[in-house]
Design a protein around this ligand. Structure first.
Ligand code: SF4
Length: 337
């Protein structure tokens, strides 16, 4: 079964930029980007990121704002902050070389068991397993294991299975082959069992359980969130607000100030956008705002030139409004949502 899967992978693996040239740094960046983001969305961002930060030293020497700007649109911005922090640790604690032992890799900010296993197996050829959503689905079906992907006991069982199966020879190809099979053939809906290289060993295929395994996740109900934000502009500069670490959403990121955060009046509606973050459904209104003449600005507020807005407003929520040309027009202009 392992040989059949490896053969299939080597014959037809997708041509992805992080596979063309392998290094711990390149594998690391790609794996962090691929967490919670699709391959199609990652490819252009990955190539641009590598052009801007070609190695650990460049990444460690940059500012957090620059890394967040390069990450714009990918979401889950703590990933970008951790990449930069980890690059700093690699420079100071490991002489600028990516560590090669599991414990040191795992100790870097933002690197968990999955990413450590991916880097060590793909870039260093060490036999560490990886388990992501694709591997959970493939193993659940292949071995007929019943469980929900987010159930910790079930996930622990899959990790044990993955650790037992990872080969000493070509562990990186094996791990990637499993994930590739899950991403392209053993898909969540309607898996292509007819094209599957391991169908003759697959319990779910034999018992016609492909649509039943793994068990469906219990759905978390969606939460509606409404924000009213202000567009306050003065001499070509726009007032932005640095959200704190205590915020429920978009922590530690720049945004437009919500009504009530600065002493200002909210005028007419300029734009509206819908956006989803995890299970939160946001409905955001943007109003023309006027600062009170005696308003004292708190330290979280900062005037930002229009030309720098895209560097600071990195969340797709604000980018949606940027694309609607909200910020390119005078506030008095008619603005489409
Ligand atoms: S035979 Fe079907 S269900 Fe089984 S591993 Fe292959 S694609 Fe998945």
């Amino acid at each position: 079964m392992r040989a059949a899967l490896l053969r299939w992978y080597r014959r037809g693996m997708r041509d992805l930029p992080w596979r063309r040239q392998v290094s711990p740094y390149r594998t690391w960046v790609s794996e962090i980007m691929l967490q919670q983001t699709t391959v199609a969305a990652v490819v252009p961002k990955y190539e641009a990121f590598l052009r801007r930060f070609p190695d650990v030293a460049t990444l460690a020497a940059t500012t957090e704002e620059d890394v967040l700007a390069a990450w714009a649109g990918l979401g889950y911005y703590s990933r970008a902050r951790n990449l930069r922090r980890a690059a700093g640790e690699i420079m100071t604690r490991h002489d600028g070389r990516f560590p090669t032992d599991y414990e040191s890799v795992l100790a870097l900010p933002g690197i968990g068991r999955y990413t450590a296993g991916a880097i060590l197996s793909i870039a260093y050829g060490k036999p560490y397993p990886v388990v992501d959503g694709n591997v959970i689905r493939v193993f659940s079906r292949l071995f007929g294991l019943r469980g929900r992907p987010k159930d910790p006991a079930f996930t622990a069982r899959i990790w044990r299975k993955a650790a037992a199966l990872v080969p000493k020879k070509y562990p990186g190809d094996w791990n990637q082959a499993l994930m590739e099979l899950g991403a392209t053939v053993c898909t969540p809906e309607s898996p292509s069992c007819g094209a599957c290289p391991v169908s003759k060993d697959c319990v779910a295929f034999k018992k016609k359980l492909q649509d039943k395994l793994p068990l469906p996740e219990k759905r978390r109900p969606s939460e509606d969130v409404r924000w009213s934000c202000l567009w306050i502009e003065r001499n070509g500069q726009v007032l932005l607000w640095k959200r704190s670490a205590r915020e429920r959403l978009l922590k530690n990121l720049w945004g437009l100030p919500e009504v009530g955060r600065v002493t200002a009046t909210a005028g007419r509606l300029l734009a509206r956008a819908s956006h989803t973050i995890t299970h939160h459904a946001l409905d955001v209104e943007l109003h023309a705002g006027a600062l009170a003449s005696d308003a004292l600005l708190p330290p979280e507020a900062d005037w930002t030139p229009r030309s720098r807005l895209k560097e600071r407003l990195v969340s797709s929520l604000w980018l949606k409004l940027l694309r609607a040309r909200v910020f390119e027009r005078a506030p008095s202009a008619k603005i489409a949502s």
